[in-house]
Ligand binder design. Structure first.
Ligand code: GUN
Length: 302
């Protein structure tokens, strides 16, 4: 069997076009556009590259985009004051503080300071609670799990009743995607198992998965023999395993590897996401959708 490759890059274009059409319509009918502030602390190359891509996408959709860069010497109080400033700003509907933050800043404190109705990353405990309750309570599903869910749904994979195994229990990916697929709702109703570093026999769980979602951050963790023939394999791993010179730009770029051995796995799986070009492009797309929805909630049209 050769798996169908789920191309996040193509799906991204489809969803961004849907968002752009809605932004244009709202601008015409209500005279406002979604406003997003991105707050970047320090110069970590991965964070700089993520934030740059977020800004570029927001601009391409006609959002108001405010870019705030601060040195990693910023104090916790200064950062909290910055968040509070944008909580009050009526032209800003989404606040994104790029993580990780420097060690002297309490990440939880910063996330908790964001107005939950502007928390387009969906990391605030209020939004985590809304996600757990499900249904119409959900406002901002975190972008990466929301992107994974969208990829699985749009690929036409049957989720209802599917044995679903999530590898990894992070707050950003593993826990929220497990909850989303577990909900009593259309496009969910899966039977979900979460495995992690203390699981006794990870392989035995993975082997019975109809849907296998791997977000461990360990290159090549999932072996081809762990994959059930015909399964849908979603690889969330983005592991920088070295650098190379890009043929397109001549610049040095990171070599990325997933948590799954793609070449071997694609001969067994029914569907599989590549790294890069699978889940990655969906994260920013769903962040944009959350920002649009933040405006729609404000306008009472969500
Ligand atoms: N760092 C890595 N992933 C993310 C994300 O989804 N949001 C934010 N704010 N920071 C991140």
């Amino acid at each position: 069997m050769t798996a169908k490759i789920i191309k996040g890059k193509e799906l991204r274009e489809e969803i961004l076009a849907e968002i752009k059409a809605e932004v244009d319509r709202i601008k015409e009918e209500h005279g406002v556009v979604p406003g997003l502030v991105t707050i970047l602390v320090g110069e970590d190359p991965a964070s700089v590259s993520y934030v740059t891509a977020k800004i570029k996408t927001a601009n391409s959709l006609g959002f108001k985009e405010v870019q705030v860069n601060r040195p990693d010497t910023i104090s916790e109080d200064e950062l909290l004051a910055l968040v509070k400033k944008y909580n009050k700003d009526k032209t800003i509907h989404g606040i994104l503080v790029q993580l990780p933050l420097p060690g002297h800043i309490d990440e939880k404190k910063v996330i908790n300071a964001i107005d939950p109705d502007k928390d387009v990353d969906g990391f605030h405990p209020v939004n985590t609670g809304r996600l757990v309750i499900g249904g119409s309570e959900v406002r901002f599903p975190p972008p990466t799990p929301a992107g994974i869910h969208e990829l699985i749904k749009r690929a036409g994979v049957k989720i209802e009743g599917a044995e679903t195994v999530v590898v990894g229990r992070s707050n950003i990916v593993g826990k929220p995607i497990a909850i989303m697929l577990l909900q009593k709702a259309e496009g969910a109703n899966a039977t979900v198992t979460v495995v992690h570093t203390r699981t006794r026999d990870m392989a035995s769980h993975c082997k019975r998965a109809d849907i296998l979602i791997v977000a461990a951050g360990v290159p090549g963790l999932v072996k081809p023999e762990w994959i059930k023939p015909g399964a849908c394999v979603i690889d969330v791993g983005v592991n920088r395993v070295g650098t190379k010179i890009s043929e397109k730009t001549g610049k040095e770029v990171a070599i990325l590897k997933g948590d799954v051995d793609f070449e071997a796995a694609k001969e067994i799986a029914g569907w599989i996401t590549p790294v890069p070009g699978g889940v990655g492009p969906m994260t920013i797309t769903m962040l944009m959708r959350n920002t649009l929805n933040a405006l729609k909630y404000k306008l009472g049209i969500a």
